[in-house]
Design a protein around this ligand. Structure first.
Ligand SMILES: [Zn+2]
Length: 129
């Protein structure tokens, strides 16, 4: 009984890990999209400022530099989000042990043990399911 209970709770944990990291991942991806849109808007802003100031024959270095700094800050945030997504994938593999090669497959023909990423049996060449 204890074993069944253990394997049940392990299964539930695995589902929770999958769901939560999927949600974390899509949150990160949505945030990246938002940042990219903001960057586009800031770049458009720079264009407008440069144009308006040029027409008025005024210097535009300062406002443009400020906007460029904002844009660079957002690019850094995007990099952080991307790293967080990579980290999530690593954690998920560690917790669930879903590395393809770590799950063994057994040949239906000869019974040989094959790494999970093998398409054919290493002993007899039978296609592995
Ligand atoms: Zn075989």
């Amino acid at each position: 009984m204890a074993t069944l209970k253990e394997s049940l709770s392990k299964g539930i944990t695995a589902i929770n890990v999958k769901t939560s990291s999927f949600m974390e991942e899509s949150k990160c991806k949505t945030y990246i999209l938002t940042l990219e849109k903001e960057i586009q808007a800031l770049k458009a802003n720079i264009g407008e400022i440069v144009y308006a100031k040029s027409v008025a024959n005024e210097p535009y270095d300062e406002p443009v530099t400020q906007l460029i700094q904002q844009i660079q800050g957002k690019y850094e945030e995007i990099e952080q989000q991307k790293k967080a997504i990579e980290q999530l994938a690593v954690e998920q593999r560690q917790i669930l042990g879903t590395d393809q090669a770590s799950v063994m497959k057994y040949c239906a023909n000869c019974g040989a043990e094959n790494a999970g990423n093998y398409k054919f049996c290493c002993k007899c060449g039978t296609p592995l399911g």
